[in-house]
Design a protein around this ligand. Structure first.
Ligand SMILES: C[C@](O)(C(=O)O)[C@H](CC(=O)O)C(=O)O
Ligand SMILES: [Mg+2]
Length: 294
């Protein structure tokens, strides 16, 4: 793909290249490299991941736009793989949402999703969520769409309404968001495969399935989701959850055993790390460029 293509264009190209498009969570720039090298065509920066991974706090609407931008820039600095970014409720009212969109585009992301929860939000798979009115959500979408500085940048509307108001209301909201200019739809915390098809048939734009672990959505396969007309499959925190458990195992073993001996075989080697980072090419460049300084 043409390197000059905008991130929005690259995100849309990925969607046309793979069906459904697997969008994989990358908690940091190094994981963005690992995922890209594994062959993923699109990456995701999770709001829950920024909160827990970068800030050590829960996914309750505490993190700010700036927190997210720092992680977005780190990822887009090292890979051209298009990035979908979770901007929660947009970080404020209409003007804040507009500012969020402009900043996220400048930071090099290709797409965002913005949701209809109240600003004191929760993870979409937790009980007792509260949502704003459909009219307020439509205003959020209009503010976001109006702020696009790249026409190909993707505004994805997420609705958390299924758990609060039921399927029909969630579908109605999704349709209203598309009417207001949303490019794609993210129906959150879906409980049955057939619901995706109902969304897809109603909204007539690409629909994303959030296949997060330990939530309310069964771990549907790519084949199942394709059969339900899902266009994108999201794995927001899979690698994050695995790396957390791996880190905890190492912390516990070293503390208990007084040595890494029992866990060293679970670690990525120095050689593998360097290979993924293209370390040796950097070193050769260093040798070539700074010969005289030795
Ligand atoms: C997709 C999500 O918004 C996220 O921040 O990654 C979360 C994921 C999760 O907590 O499992 C959500 O679904 O609310
Ligand atoms: Mg989130």
């Amino acid at each position: 793909m043409n390197k000059q293509a905008t991130a929005g264009t690259r995100f849309r190209a990925a969607l046309s290249a793979e069906s459904p498009l697997q969008i994989i969570g990358a908690i940091n720039a190094y994981h963005a490299l690992l995922a890209t090298q594994t062959g993923y065509k699109a990456l995701y920066l999770s709001g829950g991941g920024v909160a827990a991974g970068s800030l050590g706090i829960p996914d309750l609407g505490i993190s700010t736009l700036e927190d997210v931008l720092i992680d977005v820039r780190r990822i887009t600095d090292v890979t051209e793989t298009p990035l979908l970014v979770d901007i929660d409720t947009g970080f404020g009212g209409a003007f804040n949402i507009a500012r969020s969109i402009k900043s996220i585009i400048k930071a090099g992301a290709g797409a965002v999703h913005i949701e209809d929860q109240v600003q004191a939000k929760r993870c979409g798979h937790r009980p007792n969520k509260a949502i704003v009115s459909q009219a307020e959500m439509v205003d959020r979408i209009k503010a976001a769409v109006d702020a696009k500085t790249d026409p190909d940048f993707v505004i994805m509307a997420r609705t958390d309404a299924l758990a609060v108001e039921g399927l029909q209301s969630a579908i109605d909201r999704a349709c209203a968001c598309v009417e207001a200019g949303a490019d794609m739809i993210f129906p959150e915390a879906i409980t049955e495969l057939s619901m995706y098809q109902q969304f897809a048939d109603a909204v007539k734009v690409p629909v994303l399935a959030n296949i997060t672990e330990f939530g309310s959505t069964p771990l549907f396969t790519v084949d199942e989701l394709r059969s339900a007309h899902v266009s994108m499959v999201l794995y927001p925190l899979s690698a994050f959850r695995a790396m957390n458990q791996a880190a905890l195992n190492v912390y516990q073993a070293v503390r208990k055993d007084g040595t890494q001996a029992n866990v060293v075989n679970t670690m990525q080697t120095r050689a593998a790390l360097y290979e993924h980072l293209n370390y040796h090419a950097y070193e050769q460049k260093l040798d070539a460029l700074f010969k005289g300084e030795k």
